[in-house]
Ligand binder design. Structure first.
Ligand code: CP
Ligand code: NVA
Length: 298
């Protein structure tokens, strides 16, 4: 594996291999036998806000012996219009790897091609692969795995999170039900490309949550959609709350990639009731991403 650009591009074996490595790194935190990033500098180019992704990558790089270099879009000429391919060609001659959070998936692809150095997608409009690896690790820890489990995603049916989750279901074969308002459902051409009979789409959140072992949600308006406030009205009935969870499987868990907007996609009561899992999920960003860094550092 040279880059980590999407879940779509990973095989089932690559996903489970990264998760096994993440579990070991989690156990060995503080006394790693190897520091594969020793002497390396990894750049983080972020054109969107971040708490978890930035902190977990900076800490993870240091714990593996490397140096993180955070570059917000406005710190570098990219923010003044220098093309991504030129930025990539410069950084490729100076740093050992790059982690990018931006809008267009194509920018991350272009960066990987023009830089020639390991490139990690830290969230684009199309995918959030690092998050999904942390989510899967959390499911393994809390439920022992996804075999025979029903996973529901309630909210925006065609965001970076749902797209990555749909590819994870395709690769790993678990049952995924996405409940989204009609206007936020994945389009037919995407579903045809996905070609996954184990992924179903509904506009009925109660039906999706019924018997589900994992109930997952995310913000209704992703970064870059802040001016689409009207869209929020379409999500009436899609809040993850006690009523929605009443029909879920016993022992179910609730996941939220965070940041959470209480009173919108999740109720205050539900978030606090499931905070143990949700913040374990947030912590798992660190361990999953260290596994990615170890893999890409070779
Ligand atoms: N879940 C996630 O990616 O969080 P940040 O936006 O804080 O990085
Ligand atoms: N879908 C959300 C995820 C945030 C981590 C967004 O893109 O804003």
């Amino acid at each position: 594996m040279k880059h980590l650009l999407s879940i779509e591009q990973l095989s089932a074996e690559e996903i489970t291999g990264l998760l096994s490595s993440a579990a070991v790194l989690k156990k060995e935190r503080g006394h790693h036998s190897k520091q594969p990033l020793t002497g390396q500098t990894w750049a983080l180019i972020f054109t969107k806000s971040s708490t978890r992704t930035r902190v977990s990558f900076e800490v993870g790089i240091r714990e593996l012996g490397g140096f993180p270099m955070f570059l917000s879009k406005n710190d570098i000429q990219l923010g003044r219009g220098e093309p991504i391919k030129d930025t990539a060609r410069v950084l490729g001659r100076m740093v050992h790897g790059t982690i990018i959070r931006t809008f267009a998936q194509q920018d991350v692809v272009d960066f990987s091609e023009y830089s020639g150095i390991p490139t990690i997608n830290a969230l684009t409009d199309d995918e959030h692969p690092c998050q999904i690896l942390a989510d899967l690790l959390t499911i393994q820890e809390k439920l022992g795995g996804w075999e025979g489990k029903k996973i529901a995603f309630i909210g925006d049916g065609f965001s970076n999170m749902t797209i990555s989750w749909m590819w994870a279901a395709k690769r790993l074969g678990f049952e995924l039900v996405v409940a989204a308002p009609d206007s936020c459902q994945p389009p037919a051409d995407f579903l045809a490309k996905l070609d996954a009979p184990n992924v179903s789409i509904t506009a009925d959140p109660i039906a999706a949550a019924k018997g589900a072992h994992v109930i997952n949600t995310d913000v209704w308006l992703s970064m870059g959609q802040e001016d689409q406030k009207d869209k929020e009205t379409e999500f009436a009935g899609f809040q993850v709350n006690a009523e929605l969870l009443a029909g879920a499987a016993s022992g179910h868990i609730v996941l939220h990639c965070l940041p959470a907007y209480r009173g919108k996609e999740i109720s205050e009561e539900t978030l606090e009731l499931h905070a143990g899992t949700i913040f374990q999920q947030a912590e798992n960003r660190l361990h999953a991403q260290k596994a990615i860094l170890v893999e890409l550092a070779g």
